[in-house]
Every structure is written in C-alpha cells, then in structure tokens.
Design a protein around this ligand. Structure first.
Ligand code: G4P
Length: 282
C-alpha cells in the first residue's frame, strides 16, 4: 500500500513539519501519543530530531486493547533510550492525573532551574502530537475536560492554537501536532490498517484480513482457530471461511460471504474480541 492511498503527500508533510517546528518553539514538553498495539508503526521517529531540545513523554494509548506484557517491554525499551513512557487509556478519566504527574516529573529539571532563579509557579507548557487516530484529541479532552478542537486529521488545516490551563501547573495547547506515518516501510500501512487507523474505503479488506491473520497466527498461535472453530493449522482463507460459518455469513448459494467474514475478523481484532493483541515487539 502506498503512502498516497492515505492522503499524505510530500507537500502535506512539509507543511506538517513546519507547523510542528513552530509549535514546539512554544513548549517545554512534547507529549507524543502512540498506539500501544503498534508502538513502532504508530510512531514517526522524525519527532526525535524535531523535539531534541524538549522534555519528552511518550504516551502508549489504547492500552486497554494491547498485550500487557508487550506494553511493558515497549515502555522499558523507550525508557532505555531516555524517553519517559506512560501507558494508559485516554478515554479513562484517570489518564488526566497520570499525564499531569508524569509531565511534572519529566520537567522537574526546569522547575528546579526556575526555582533557583526565584521563579515559582510558572506553568509547564506542553503539546500533544502524533499520527492520526492514536487518540490525541481524546487525551487532550480528558486532560482539559473540554471538547477538543478537531483538526480533522488533515495535514495543513487552519489551526487556532490556544492554551488551556490545568490545575497541575501545566498549560496545554488545545490542538495536537500532526505527524504522519512512516509509510516507507511497507508493513507500516498494513499494520495501521489492521488496527483500523486508516480509512477502510481505500483498502481491499479481504487481503487485509488475510495479512492480519498471518501476523496474528505468528504472534498468538491458536488464538484465531480457537475463536472461529478452525483447524489448528488452517490457512488464512480457511480461518475467514470458518469465521463466516460461525457467524452465519452465508450467501444465497450456500457459500461463505468472504467479504463480510473478512470484515468481521477485522472488526473482532479492532474491538478486542480476539483478546489483547500487540502486533510489534521491541
Ligand atoms: P486523534 O486525535 O489522534 O486523531 O484520535 P482521536 O482522539 O480522534 O481517537 C481516535 C479513535 O480512538 C476514536 O474512536 C477514540 O474514541 C478512540 N480512542 C482514543 N483513545 C482510546 C483508548 O484509550 N482506548 C480505546 N479503545 N479507544 C480509544 P472513534 O471510533 O474514531 O471515535 P468515537 O466513536 O469513539 O468518538
């Protein structure tokens, strides 16, 4: 799948880089949101360069759908490269305090520096950034308690940044910084599509379900065959067929409706009905 299938053109990327660079000038802390199910594919590593002079926090969001042991392994990995990491569910009210606490902890050096200069109580300025659909708006909404400004995930849309003051001494930009996925690696698009982060209209869902099944079978052997009553060594097409049979997705002639069965498998994966799954390991 090519990057252009997702509406990211070089011009958009240039605009996004420019916007993020400008916004980063305004903040002390860059809160990068990624999807805990695909911590690699939902990251754009260019942020490491763009935010190199900033305090950093990675939020592994949607941890309610991700494999806990892998979330922990990824957190350890990011910490080992010097970035503090928090795993959470942005829809959960508790996420707000967790992020605020981590933000203060990450920026303690600045708070101390301010204190030595006699500056006390100056808020930390922070911004949220990340690729589309990782939950940036949801997180901003949870932290600020306000309806977020939706950017529509369109690179280069007119933005109207405003500061929102929180009770933890943090000022947050109300619009997130938009990064773009790193589509150069061809598994990135497939994995983002698997978890439902990409517009399904431009995708062959039967092919995507097949590719997702191959990946899940490798990482979680037996999980799919158990769920859909398929033989243990079943090929992807057979697993899709069994999912269709089990759920009564049968065409008039008695054949399985492969299109709808594929959509069902993807929907089960995305909603957590196949259990907690993380598609990448550190
Ligand atoms: P973005 O700003 O990064 O583009 O992402 P946004 O907040 O719009 O979230 C994208 C989708 O992910 C939304 O679902 C949102 O509800 C969901 N989401 C965000 N955080 C979490 C989380 O921690 N766990 C789970 N399970 N889902 C999360 P949607 O279906 O597009 O919208 P909606 O119907 O939920 O409003």
């Amino acid at each position: 799948m090519a990057g252009n299938d997702y509406g990211w053109y070089p011009g958009h990327m240039t605009k996004s880089i420019r916007a993020i660079r400008e916004e980063l000038k305004l903040v002390d802390l860059c809160i990068e949101v990624i999807d805990a199910r695909v911590p690699l594919s939902s990251r754009n590593p260019d942020i490491d360069g763009l935010a190199k002079d900033k305090f950093r926090l990675i939020v592994m969001n949607k941890s309610d759908l991700a494999d806990e042991s892998k979330t922990k392994a990824w957190s350890d990995h990011f910490r080992s490269v010097g970035i503090e990491t928090l795993s959470l569910c942005a829809k959960d009210k508790k996420a707000s305090d967790a992020v605020k606490k981590a933000a203060v902890s990450v920026c303690r050096e600045k708070i101390e520096r301010d204190k030595k200069r006699g500056i006390v109580g100056r808020p930390i300025r922070a911004m949220v950034c990340g690729i589309p659909n990782v939950g940036k708006s949801t997180l901003i909404n949870t932290i600020t308690g306000k309806a977020p400004v939706r950017t529509g995930n369109k690179p280069g849309v007119t933005r109207n940044n405003q500061w929102v003051r929180t009770n933890a001494g943090i000022d947050l930009l109300d619009t997130p910084g938009l990064l773009w996925p790193k589509y150069e690696d061809k598994t990135v698009g497939m994995k983002l599509a698997s978890i439902g982060s990409v517009n399904d209209q431009v995708i062959n869902l039967v092919q995507l379900a097949g590719e997702s099944i191959i990946l899940i079978e490798k990482l979680y052997p037996g999980r799919l065959s158990e769920k859909y009553n398929a033989p243990e060594d079943a090929e992807p097409a057979e697993i899709i067929r069994c999912a269709g049979v089990r759920n009564g997705l049968i065409l008039k002639g008695g054949e399985v409706d492969v299109q709808r069965a594929s959509e069902l498998v993807l929907s089960d994966l995305r909603s957590g009905k196949l259990g907690k799954i993380t598609l990448e390991e550190p």
